[in-house]
Design a protein around this ligand. Structure first.
Ligand code: URP
Ligand code: ZN
Ligand code: ZN
Length: 489
């Protein structure tokens, strides 16, 4: 009987903790050995000329998320919309792009609790093939939700809460945000934050509409950098006040990243995430004819190419240490997605969010490693090891270490590919990255020792994705430092 179920031989292995030319032995779905030579294996994959990397961990994905009103600034009729992506199609897309684990969002609708939504969402996620953990969105932080339901979720292994400081149906006031921070502190959860100023965006939006400026491109005008910087500053200040670790989601500009850098320099537990769209798309993309600009509409809005360079600098400095997709699958055609309010709708009625699960690793590798902006090990940290650590999934996910799940992607660093929607393998009818040329491509994805994608062909049984309950972890412990030493109960 061979010692290993699978050996991956001859590749250049970047573990998340260093890189070397070596072999990997897999047993029972986990990494069992990393050695110069592994010979005793039932199956062998030759990885000569390839990089062998941890499967991507995408810690910010909106998948099959039933929402009332979507992500908009419109106060129209609430409606339950599920974006087109299902857990099965998202899993296919993720595997096609080299990602094996996701953290996605259990919604909360204003006026409702979270426990029922959590149970519904667990069932939805169990239909897919991706290993998955959950953030719980808090949009209505009642005492019952914070004191009774969220503690129940924590015993189920939910260890991150998500709050929005903008969007019409979801945004929290400062007082509500503080309540969520206190709850997270008490329960040992991370708080992740969408940082944009709701009132400022609302004011700009009304002014733009009054001036007749309604096309998709005015989405960017409604939310200039300063609204992101202000909310980032405020989120960090309130988190400092409560002594609660936070991760700032989808940082789009240097101004906001500088707030994070200052906090980090002062020793605060504040982390910053950015996304491929903030190093590849621009506000000019939303200025395409007719409704087409809606394809690029996300929040914060994409900026410009000079900002891309500044984001890379913030990545290089470590201020931004995670690159997630913020995958959000609203189709362009049909009447459920971007056009839910009609193709003539003004910008504030168009759902925000773009798909990116499959494109994430190729874009970060191509723009980052292939263009010499970051090294291979930085790439692994940004896309796998750091998200796993920050989300409490490490060392099970995000690294190639003995005992870790054998989630591995074999990567051809030289392959040149022109991105098309078909290559994304999602259920969405477009990709905002259509036509982008990338260097570097996943040739095989392995989830827990099973080859789930080879040469673009995804083969995985629906229903095999596992829930990843998260135990308490040190990274999200408060520092024990509050202003004047006073710790409110
Ligand atoms: O525009 C975006 N980012 N949509 C997804 C929801 C969110 O804000 O994360
Ligand atoms: Zn957001
Ligand atoms: Zn998001």
């Amino acid at each position: 009987m061979p010692e290993y179920d699978l050996a991956i031989r001859g590749g250049f292995v970047a573990t998340g903790f260093g890189a070397a030319l070596c072999d990997i032995g897999v047993k029972d779905g986990r990494i069992a050995a990393i050695a110069e030579k592994i010979t005793e294996a039932a199956h062998v994959i030759a990885a000569d000329g390839l990089y062998v990397l941890p499967g991507g961990v995408d810690s910010h994905c909106h998948i099959e998320e039933p929402s009332r009103g979507g992500y908009t600034m419109s106060d129209g009729e609430p409606q339950v919309t599920v974006n087109e992506e299902s857990f099965v199609t998202a899993s296919t897309s993720a595997f096609a792009g080299g990602t094996t684990s996701v953290v996605c969002f259990v919604p909360q609708w204003k006026g409702f609790g979270v426990w029922d939504r959590y149970q519904d969402y667990r069932q939805r996620a169990a239909t897919g093939m991706l290993d998955h953990a959950f953030h719980q969105i808090i949009s209505d932080p009642t005492d019952a939700v914070l004191n009774e339901e969220v503690p129940r979720l924590v015993t189920e292994g939910v260890r991150s809460l998500k709050v929005f400081l903008t969007y019409e149906p979801l945004h929290l006031s400062d007082a509500e945000f503080i309540k969520v921070l206190l709850t997270a502190r008490k329960l040992g959860c991370l708080v992740t934050v969408h940082c944009e100023n709701y009132d400022a965006i609302g004011w700009r939006t009304q002014a733009l509409l009054a001036a007749g400026l309604t096309e998709p491109k005015y989405h960017a005008w409604s939310r200039p950098r300063v609204v992101e910087r202000e909310a980032t500053h405020r989120a960090i200040a309130l988190a400092e006040l409560v002594d609660q670790p936070i991760q700032v989601f989808h940082v789009s500009c240097e101004e906001a990243a500088e707030e994070i850098a200052r906090a980090q320099a002062r020793g605060l537990k504040v982390w910053g995430e950015t996304c491929p769209q903030y190093v590849s798309l621009t506000a000019a993309d939303m200025d395409r004819p007719g409704f087409e600009g809606a394809k690029f509409m996300c929040s914060p809005a994409p900026r410009d190419t000079a900002e891309h360079a500044r984001i890379w600098e913030m990545i290089r400095r470590g201020t931004l240490n995670v690159v997630s997709s913020d995958h959000c699958g609203f189709s362009y055609g049909g009447d459920k997605g971007k056009a839910v309010a009609g193709r003539d709708a003004s910008f504030e009625k168009i759902p925000n969010g773009i798909p990116g699960l499959a494109a994430r690793l190729p874009i970060v590798f191509s723009e980052g490693v292939a263009k010499g902006r970051i090294g291979l090990e930085d790439f692994v940290k940004l896309t796998a090891a750091n998200p796993a650590r920050i989300m409490g999934l490490y060392p099970r996910k995000g690294v190639i270490l003995p005992g870790s799940d054998a989630d591995i992607v074999l990567w051809d660093p030289a392959k040149k590919v022109k991105l098309t929607n078909a290559l994304m393998q999602h259920a969405i009818d477009y990709t905002p990255y259509e036509g982008m040329e990338v260097t570097g491509w996943p040739v095989s994805t392995i989830r827990r020792g099973e080859v789930v994608m080879r040469d673009g062909k995804v083969q995985a049984q629906p229903g095999t994705g596992r829930y990843l309950p998260r135990a308490p972890y040190d990274l999200v412990k408060p520092r024990g430092i509050t202003p004047d030493g006073f710790v409110p109960r």
